[in-house]
Write a protein that binds this ligand. Structure first.
Ligand SMILES: Cc1ncc(COP(=O)(O)O)c(C=O)c1O
Length: 354
């Protein structure tokens, strides 16, 4: 059987040969004791790349987001975040468990949060209400199809939050996709937030690893929280070695993923399988598309495509997500478009000319 084309996520990427080489030769130590030179190098270089005083290596983006929320907040407080955010939707309600704060969700418009929607939701502590303690942003936005957060709006939020004495955490799992697509350095986005999380294990192809960057004092707290979560890793330099390859060699090539996503969306739209996506909204490497109204049983479509050799993610009730990444090149995109087009015909939906 041939290997399926895996467009489910950029998390499926495999390490590069340079990463295997780096793992073999990385100087190692016990990072829980603070003695792993490769982890320290990755932390220092990431902090510099993001323009923050310090950074900390984490096993996952979820753990780094959770540690950040806990480091910023006190129990009984509240965080403001997007209704479609990863922290709200895909982190198992962790902030209630780990930080003991409640979530106050604000609806994104045009793929991002707006200060004018956030400001009225900020609350002061009273005998009846919790105090807002933190605002969480996401760039690029996963559930909303890899959309870019406009830097002007991020700056507006940063300024507004500062007026209220609030911290901002940026879930920048795909911050380097944003930087490459917009031409705005990751550092400038990071400057709009107190802390920023970024993943090495998505488009940047490391097998494991995410970074949290921010002020020294918060990173010291986050290190203790990471230990409490069971996330202190001993010879973690073996993973950090891949992370260094990620930040040295894998950022610029994200442009290829974005070009492939644009090719894919043109084919997907033409197939008739989905409600056509506005090309202008496909800004990075993620497509989230609603299946055409003619498809009676949308839940079966991912399996139907998988049987034909194409893996996609189901976003219920009616959407599918496709991500481009290093392990699906332009030829894979053409093959995926063929499968999508044939599937549309088999499912009885009409291709449209776009
Ligand atoms: C926007 C966003 N934040 C955080 C995460 C969590 O990263 P991890 O899978 O490493 O826990 C993801 C993962 O897909 C994500 O898309």
């Amino acid at each position: 059987m041939t290997t399926p084309l895996d467009f489910r996520s950029d998390t499926v990427t495999t390490p590069t040969p340079a990463m295997y080489d780096a793992m073999r030769s990385a100087p190692l130590g016990d990072d829980v004791l603070g003695h792993d030179p490769t982890v320290q190098r990755l932390e220092d270089e990431t902090a510099a790349l993001l323009g923050k005083p310090a950074a900390l290596f984490f096993p996952s983006g979820t753990m780094a987001n959770q540690a950040a929320v806990r480091a910023h907040t006190h129990e009984g407080g509240e965080i403001l975040l997007g209704l479609k955010s990863h922290i709200f939707n895909f982190e198992v309600g962790g902030v209630g468990l780990h930080a003991r704060v409640q979530t106050n969700t604000v609806t994104e418009r045009e793929g991002y949060l707006h200060w004018e929607d956030l400001e009225p939701r900020i609350r002061q502590e009273t005998a009846h209400s919790p105090a807002t303690q933190l605002i969480c942003l996401e760039n690029t936005h996963n559930l909303l199809g890899g959309r870019l957060f406009p830097i002007e709006e991020m700056r507006k939020i940063a300024d507004g939050a500062a007026r209220y004495g609030l911290s901002v955490h940026l879930d920048g799992a795909r911050l380097f996709n944003a930087a490459i697509a917009s031409g705005i350095p990751a550092k400038e986005y990071a400057a709009c937030a107190t802390t920023v999380m970024t993943c090495l294990s998505k488009g940047l192809c490391s097998p494991v690893g995410s970074m949290l960057a921010g002020p020294e004092e918060l990173i010291v707290r986050a290190r203790r929280i990471r230990k409490a979560f069971g996330g202190g890793l001993r010879q973690a330099g073996i993973l950090a070695a891949c992370g260094l390859v990620s930040i040295h060699e894998m950022i610029d090539r994200l442009a290829e993923d974005h070009a492939n996503a644009r090719r894919l969306v043109a084919g997907l739209n033409a197939s008739g399988l989905v409600v056509p996506l506005d090309l202008a909204t496909v800004q990075t490497n993620i497509l989230v598309a609603e299946l055409a109204p003619g498809i009676a049983d949308p839940a079966t479509v991912p399996d139907f495509l998988a049987e034909r050799g194409l893996l996609v993610t189901s976003f219920p009730p009616r959407s599918i997500r496709l991500c481009t990444h290093k392990d699906v090149d332009a030829t894979s995109v053409e093959a995926a478009i063929d499968i999508l087009t044939n599937a549309a015909v088999s499912l009885g939906v009409t291709p449209v000319s776009v």
